[in-house]
Design a protein around this ligand. Structure first.
Ligand SMILES: *[C@@H]1O[C@H](CO)[C@@H](O)[C@H](O)[C@H]1NC(C)=O
Ligand SMILES: *[C@@H]1O[C@H](CO)[C@@H](O)[C@H](O)[C@H]1NC(C)=O
Ligand SMILES: *[C@@H]1O[C@H](CO)[C@@H](O)[C@H](O)[C@H]1NC(C)=O
Ligand SMILES: *[C@@H]1O[C@H](CO)[C@@H](O)[C@H](O)[C@H]1NC(C)=O
Ligand SMILES: CC(=O)N[C@H]1CO[C@H](CO)[C@@H](O)[C@@H]1O
Ligand SMILES: [Ca+2]
Ligand SMILES: [Ca+2]
Length: 608
């Protein structure tokens, strides 16, 4: 670099040293854990990437696509179950908690996957399914045969036998989440066992200390392998209410018109969910995970829960300072309380419900979809796809993205013949099955416009690829000048700035309650997010909504259909936003500063 004088270079070196020292100081002052504003991504392994072309995704496939997730700005990857399973409920029926499903690979592949995650700097979270095992699990096989030590691993009771039909009568009226009685007769044991989900998923008996210990050992097994935490499945159903004499009380009827007598929701589930013992078990797991991290001098392990309970119950899972629980129970308020007609007010209420109820010092989190829900863009409107990604990426706390939401994927229509989800198949209803089916959100991930969307070279895939894959795929959205994917990446980038990581939140409705806006501020850094949930264009006076807004703001990014270019300067008192469009606005000087630092870094790399 002949045109830089030595003096100038020395000055630059000094300046960089100071810059590094300052940034080190910033980071030391806020020694936040990575997951506090973590960006999580849920992989549904059957449908992410198929490496051996059998039509089903697998661990080597996932490994080959980790760089995509890193580039997307993801911090932690959560895998839906990858354990050995006969697939009565697609992996949620586990026949060995310590082994990998042969479809997905083996423990060696898993070790490679975790090594690759470590190499590129991604955290790996596993699904933990404690409520039940598969009926093919060794424990169940032994329990069914009354083998000494295993008799009480599951929930067995002796039924009455109907004198006329000679058929065993269910122990009580409890219904499975997947329809029909939750009690199943075993010819071998000559007793009935309880199952909340399909009958091939017998519930484990958490009143047996041996079971509690076994499942803690499972957690240790995977932590020894280096996983960074767990997402716990179906936590609410861990315990069932039991009378002192060991019998189980029945549940009252709900009279819900949407549920027939064979549905779980035909009853008020006061005995099969949310029992007080459940919270204590979560605290025990957290304690085990914290102890593990301390003893082994490794980073802390994150504990996340799946619970659709009401907010007040969910808050108990957080625990308190002396007895911590989950880092967070998933917040499903944006799923439970919204539909295609939801207004800005509905969304703001859903957000506030969590923030207002969460005890201080805990981590909020935002979930739009998962493998159990219809795709968010289909439920809430494909035109709102970017707006919703803007929402969850810019609120305080962790964000959880289900694979494909970054591309604004929609439900894939599946014929009755192609339907495989037991929840849909159990309806035996070739007309209405789609309402209940979880398959439309589980179809293969579209990587490009080649055969099977680049997911697999097989002749057929386990579920068909969506018809729109020629346009809705990663390659196309990476190549386009602007796309849902590019907007998503811009969001994950700005999310690492201090106002989004540590900043406070002030939310407000305006424009006849069509627009929901909030300001995120940390010290002098701030951003304003404007979300027009209405159908028509609105002119928003941002300077009247929040304090200390400069007269000019810069558009950092916006929904694809906004007709506003990134970087455009807008008048803070007159921000024009089309219907279903979201905008992220920054102080124009913040942008200038970020650009200046980037410039200095690039120059210094040239010199060094
Ligand atoms: C297993 O033990 C239970 C409870 O003691 C008993 O009711 C059942 O008949 C036994 N089954 C077999 C096959 O021994
Ligand atoms: C924290 O929670 C534990 C478990 O629920 C409870 O026993 C304890 O009293 C609580 N402590 C405080 C300070 O609230
Ligand atoms: C949304 O509103 C339309 C028109 O009022 C109505 O027909 C439809 O049932 C509503 N959808 C939902 C999910 O509430
Ligand atoms: C569904 O499968 C059945 C049996 O394989 C076949 O007879 C029927 O034609 C199929 N229907 C459709 C719509 O593909
Ligand atoms: C969102 C989620 O993980 N749902 C699962 C809850 O648990 C049942 C039984 O394990 C599964 O069928 C669901 O997929
Ligand atoms: Ca495969
Ligand atoms: Ca249970």
């Amino acid at each position: 670099m002949p045109y830089f004088s030595t003096l100038y270079i020395t000055a630059m070196h000094q300046f960089i040293k100071i810059l590094l020292a300052v940034s080190a100081f910033c980071c030391a002052a806020h020694s936040y854990e990575w997951y506090e504003s973590g960006n999580f991504y849920q992989i549904y392994p059957r449908s992410f990437m198929d490496s051996d072309n059998d039509g089903i995704g697998d661990l080597q496939g996932i490994k080959s696509k980790l760089q995509y997730l890193k580039d997307l700005g993801i911090d932690g990857v959560w895998l839906s179950p990858i354990y050995k399973s006969p697939d009565a409920d697609f992996g949620y029926d586990i026949s060995d908690f310590r082994d990998i499903h042969s479809l997905f690979g083996n423990l060696g592949d898993f070790d490679q996957l975790i090594a690759e995650c470590n190499r590129i700097g991604l955290k790996l979270i596993l699904d933990f399914v404690p409520n039940h095992s598969s009926d093919e699990h060794e424990w169940f096989q032994k329990s069914e045969r009354n083998i000494s030590g295993y008799e009480d691993y599951y929930i067995w009771r002796t039924p009455q036998i109907d004198e006329v039909s000679n058929i065993p009568v269910p122990i009580n009226n409890w219904m499975s989440r997947f329809r029909y009685s939750a009690w199943k007769w075993s010819e071998i044991r000559q007793q009935m066992y309880y199952h909340m989900f399909v009958y091939q998923q017998p519930d484990l008996n958490y009143r047996n200390p041996k079971v509690v210990q076994e499942m803690k050992d499972v957690l240790k097994f995977w932590m020894d392998k280096g996983v960074d935490g767990f997402r716990v499945d179906a936590i609410r159903t861990l315990f069932e209410k039991m009378n002192p004499d060991g019998s189980f009380p029945g549940e009252p009827r709900s009279y819900d018109p949407n549920c027939d007598q064979y549905d779980h929701c035909s009853l008020i589930n006061i005995c099969t969910r949310d029992q007080p013992e459940t919270y204590d078990m979560v605290y025990q797991w957290r304690n085990l995970m914290d102890d593990f991290a301390t003893k082994n001098k490794v980073g802390s392990k994150v504990l996340m829960l799946e619970s659709y309970a009401d907010v007040d119950l969910n808050m108990i899972y957080y625990g308190n300072a002396t007895t911590p629980g989950a880092h967070f129970p998933f917040n499903f308020e944006l799923i439970k309380n919204t539909n295609i007609n939801s207004t800005a007010e509905d969304f703001k209420s859903a957000v506030d419900l969590w923030l207002d109820n969460m005890p201080a010092g805990h981590i909020a989190n935002w979930v739009l979809g998962n493998h159990d829900q219809h795709r968010i863009a289909s439920r809430l409107g494909v035109e709102r796809g970017d707006l919703l990604n803007i929402l969850i990426q810019t609120l305080p706390g962790a964000a959880i993205t289900y694979q494909g939401e970054e591309l604004v994927m929609t439900n894939v229509h599946l014929s009755w013949n192609d339907t495989v989800d037991p929840k849909a198949c159990n309806t035996n209803d070739p007309v209405n099955y789609e309402k209940l089916s979880r398959d439309p959100a589980r179809t293969p991930f579209p990587w490009d416009d080649s055969k099977n969307a680049g997911f697999s070279k097989a002749d057929s895939t386990w579920l068909p690829v969506g018809d729109d894959y020629k346009t809705v795929n990663v390659k196309a959205q990476e190549a386009a000048a602007n796309s849902h994917l590019k907007i998503f990446k811009k969001l994950t980038t700005i999310r690492k700035e201090s106002m989004f990581r540590f900043g406070n939140y002030t939310g407000i409705l305006s424009n006849n309650d069509n627009v929901y806006s909030y300001k995120r501020q940390h010290e002098n850094e701030f951003a304003v997010v404007v979300l027009n949930f209405g159908k028509s264009q609105e002119v928003v006076d941002v300077s009247s909504l929040f304090t200390s807004i400069p007269s000019k703001l810069k558009v950092y990014t916006s929904s694809l259909e906004s007709a506003i270019a990134d970087g455009e300067i807008v008048d803070a008192s007159k921000v024009t936003v089309k219907g279903n469009i979201g905008l992220v606005l920054l102080n124009s000087s913040t942008m200038a500063k970020v650009n200046l630092i980037l410039l200095i870094f690039s120059i210094s790399f040239l010199i060094l």
